[in-house]
Ligand binder design. Structure first.
Ligand SMILES: NC(=O)c1ccc[n+]([C@@H]2O[C@H](COP(=O)([O-])OP(=O)(O)OC[C@H]3O[C@@H](n4cnc5c(N)ncnc54)[C@H](OP(=O)(O)O)[C@@H]3O)[C@@H](O)[C@H]2O)c1
Length: 216
């Protein structure tokens, strides 16, 4: 898949796993491919440097996944393509990595989550189980679209740091602290290298859930 002329889009690419995923594709795809990184923090993405990228066109744009306005999604990629003179017909395949996620306010128990707007925001950004089911259905309805639901394992990112410092439930917080202390967290690069191997081997059934700890 990496040799095809590809339009690759990665959401939540300003840090953590998303930044790592974008970098892996930037280093592996053919030079006439395009990688588009999306997140709310454009400055952070613009400041990123890539040593020896194989892809020539590396773009980034502001994107807020909590904005559920249909028109926003309809115009987002169309505008990016128009502004950068990109024709979708130029590509042999598209790769869409849905990575952006937000923990919300994990310092609160469910009974304390009384602010409807905050809860709504969290649902709008994440919808994790629903997202996985949605993509399984995409896989069935569109056999030409290959869908991989990759679970990265516990990775040492800002999100993990919040889990071990802000989680309301002290037992769960201790669990995350212990995992960190005992060196059980994976680096984003270790986990995403495995994901790239899964994609390269291309043995998974479309829609499959593949975990970092699964044997290839
Ligand atoms: N780390 C782990 O151990 C672990 C384990 C299992 C699954 N995951 C999943 O892997 C994904 C990445 O996690 P991570 O650890 O890399 O988290 P992270 O370090 O907190 O990064 C999250 C990324 O999502 C973006 N994001 C958050 N809210 C957004 C919004 N409203 N619109 C657009 N982008 C938004 C952030 O960018 P901006 O703030 O710039 O918008 C950031 O780039 C998440 O979906 C997470 O649930 C992580």
């Amino acid at each position: 898949m990496f040799s095809k002329r590809t339009c690759c889009i990665v959401t939540g690419a300003s840090q953590g796993l998303g930044a790592c995923i974008a970098e892996h594709f930037i280093n592996k795809l053919s030079e006439d491919s395009v990688v588009i990184r999306l997140s709310r923090n454009v400055q952070k993405m613009e400041a990123m440097q890539f040593s020896n990228p194989s892809v020539k066109t590396i773009l980034c744009a502001k994107y807020d996944q909590s904005n559920i306005d249909e028109k926003y999604f309809d115009s987002l990629l169309v505008d990016i393509c128009r502004e950068n003179n990109i024709k979708t017909t130029d590509f042999q395949q598209a790769v869409m990595v849905h990575n952006a996620g937000d923990l919300g306010d994990i310092s609160k128990f469910t009974s304390e989550m009384s602010d409807a707007a905050t809860v709504r925001h969290c649902f709008d950004v994440n919808c994790k189980a629903a997202r996985e089911m949605f993509f399984k259905t995409v896989a069935v309805e569109f056999p030409r679209t290959r869908v991989l639901n990759y679970s990265p394992g516990p990775c040492d990112t800002d999100m993990q740091e919040r889990c071990r410092t802000e989680t309301a439930d002290t037992d769960i917080q201790s669990y995350f602290k212990m995992a960190h202390k005992e060196g059980k967290l994976l680096s984003p690069d270790t986990s995403i290298s495995k994901m790239m191997d899964v994609l390269k081997q291309n043995k998974y059934n479309s829609g499959d859930h593949v975990d970092y700890y699964d044997e290839l």
